[in-house]
Design a protein around this ligand. Structure first.
Ligand code: AMP
Length: 598
């Protein structure tokens, strides 16, 4: 049934009564954003009244905003790390929440080189589901007939561990895909996917990707949208096809299954699906063996209406490649969320990449916004400015988002900087500006300046053994390769005065040392092939002085000048490139053990 008037909103009319209800819920929530926020805070503080953390700050059972802000400090992860360690080691007392901790979710953000752990409670998925269930009703407003086919979405789970206290430790998406919300989802013609659960739930990433791709190829004419959570993941899938199309085509031709698919549950499931289709196999070989892969997605999946992936923030660097492979297909960038909390949705998902804004959903958590001042313009002694409420943010200003969640984070700084672009009803809309303190990022790992500096120091100590020291360095993220990789430009000084830098074996080992010094998410992603081997490019002596001259010629004074620790300005990159004397790659995978050393 098509209902029009029931869901009259700025989003237009709804496709069904169920959608109308969903959109009406969105309207109601955003119309009364401030009231919803007041209630959300009162709910969180009431349900967690027994939490030790709130008692520690003598909240005294208050549930109003004024007392909450007066008593509870604005914090970062470091401030609660000790409490989280107590949970890791089996303390079951109500530290953050009156509800028991159901699992620890690993964030891609790191603290002291290790992944952050965020405690969560059982009903968290119900809340997150309320935002996920709005995705399709919104999308249907813009793209018709999405029930006439399927989605090819590349979803993966990751390895899980257990704390000494017996709690499951995993990523938010692993938790979701293993939950009943996903495994026992009711049939919905709009959310049919080509991948069987067995493929998504296979922990081996090669087997998972191979079988998801195979299913997507079998049903190529049915596929109406193609996506992954992040743009980097979608590009990895394309690269996988490039590397494995011959083996995939062999299976399509013969109706057999590659022996590398050895997971018994997955193999059993796939053997029921494979069937010989020589015509399809020939088509795939024909298309994939062509030199030019421009528009490959539309060639293989001719009925695709749009691509779906996050393309804001660090993912914006992949937009040109997605446009290249997608042959100009629109890219929908649907949502903004984190391990700590889901924040909101893009209500106009088919907009241009440069116009993506997210409407914050006031029912997800209690949100505050710290007026943003770049750390360079403030002294470390300055008090941090007072955060403002969701309804008090101002258009065109930048803020860092601070959350108070049902699971028991209180006034927690997420680290994301957002700019207000407008309001949907009374809920603010934000453009994602950047993650604070992130220098380099290929996937969702975040390498900051301090980490890179430490890595350079370690590598430098090693080079000292060969009579060489690092005079200066800078870095760059090369996303032209799939997967992308870090490039470090080094200017070296050879102590014996000769111009002979150390041998390739020494500098390659130096690349590995740099990798071993980076955070655990970086090293994990190297093992998962989400990041390629680190590259060192040695530049001619005097190059960094030339960089300074270049900056000075553009108006920077010598006193002000600092070597940029990451470069992406083309003239600077060109200058560096023209001075490269040798290139070296990490010869092996860095150390990383799936089992966490608690
Ligand atoms: P994680 O907690 O590992 O899931 O990472 C969450 C972080 O990823 C957020 O705090 C953001 O920095 C980034 N992120 C998530 N969604 C988006 C988005 N739509 N656009 C830009 N960055 C995002």
């Amino acid at each position: 049934m098509v209902v029009g008037s029931t869901a009259a909103s700025r989003l237009g009319t709804a496709a069904s009564e169920k959608d109308a209800k969903a959109l009406e819920f969105l309207e109601e929530m955003t119309r009364n954003a401030d009231k919803v926020q007041e209630k959300v805070l009162a709910d969180i503080l009431t349900r967690n009244a027994d939490a030790e953390y709130l008692k520690r700050y003598q909240l005294g059972g208050a549930t109003d905003r004024r007392t909450f802000k007066l008593k509870i400090p604005v914090i970062t992860y470091e401030d609660i790390k000790c409490d989280i360690q107590r949970i890791v080691h089996g303390d079951k007392s109500p530290i953050f929440s009156s509800y028991p901790v159901s699992e620890l979710i690993t964030s891609s953000g790191t603290s002291g080189g290790e992944r952050k752990l965020i405690p969560t409670v059982k009903d968290e998925w119900d809340r997150r589901q309320s935002i996920i269930s709005l995705l399709m009703p919104i999308m249907k407003r813009y793209v018709p007939d999405l029930d006439k086919g399927k989605a090819l979405y590349f979803y993966f789970i990751q390895s899980e561990t257990k704390t000494p206290g017996g709690l499951e430790v995993r990523t938010i998406l692993t938790s979701f895909h293993k939950s009943d919300h996903f495994k026992n989802r009711p049939y919905n013609p709009y959310t049919q996917i080509t991948s069987p659960n067995e493929a998504i739930l296979c922990p081996d990433s090669f087997q998972s990707m191979y079988t998801q791709m195979l299913c997507g190829l079998y049903e190529r004419r049915l596929v109406l949208r193609i996506g992954a959570v992040m743009a980097s993941g979608l590009l990895r899938a394309i690269r996988f096809l490039q590397l494995n199309y011959e083996e995939l085509a062999h299976d399509l031709k013969t109706g057999t299954l590659n022996s590398k698919i050895s997971d018994p549950t997955l193999r059993g499931c796939m053997l029921n699906r494979v069937k010989p289709d020589p015509e399809l196999a020939e088509f795939i070989i024909n298309e994939c063996s062509k030199q030019n892969w421009e528009g490959i997605i539309t060639r293989i999946w001719p009925n695709v209406k749009y691509l779906d992936a996050i393309i804001t923030g660090a993912m914006a660097q992949y937009i040109p490649m997605l446009e290249f492979y997608g042959g100009g297909l629109p890219i929908a960038c649907p949502m903004y969320g984190a391990t700590e909390c889901y924040f909101g949705l893009n209500l106009t998902p088919m907009c241009k990449p440069s116009e993506v804004s997210y409407t914050i959903f006031p029912n997800m958590a209690y949100f505050e916004f710290l007026p943003y001042e770049p750390s360079s313009s403030r002294s470390t002694h300055d008090p941090i400015p007072e955060p403002v409420d969701l309804s008090s943010v101002e258009v065109d200003k930048e803020y860092e988002i601070v959350v108070t969640t049902y699971s028991g984070l209180y006034r927690y700084r997420v680290g994301d900087i957002l700019r207000v672009t407008g309001f949907y009803n009374s809920a603010p809309q934000f453009r994602f500006v950047r993650r604070e303190n992130v220098l380099l990022s290929i996937d969702t790992e975040k390498t900051d300046e301090v980490e890179l500096q430490k890595a350079i120091e370690n590598a430098s100590q090693y080079l000292n053994e060969f009579g060489t020291s690092v005079i200066e360095y800078t870095s760059y993220v090369n996303t032209k390769t799939i997967p992308g990789h870090y490039v470090i430009y080094l200017e070296l000084m050879v102590k014996d005065g000769t111009a002979n830098p150390p041998k390739d074996s020494v500098l390659s080992h130096c690349c590995l040392m740099l990798e071993n010094s980076l955070n655990s998410v970086y090293r994990k992603y190297r093992h998962e092939e989400k990041i390629g081997p680190l590259e060192v490019r040695v530049v001619k002596n005097g190059t960094f002085e030339e960089l300074m001259d270049h900056a000075i010629s553009r108006g920077v004074t010598i006193n002000q000048y600092k070597v940029p620790k990451c470069v992406n300005f083309t003239p600077i990159l060109e200058l560096l490139e023209s001075r490269v004397v040798s290139v070296h790659f990490s010869p092996a995978l860095p150390q990383w053990t799936p089992e966490r050393q608690w």
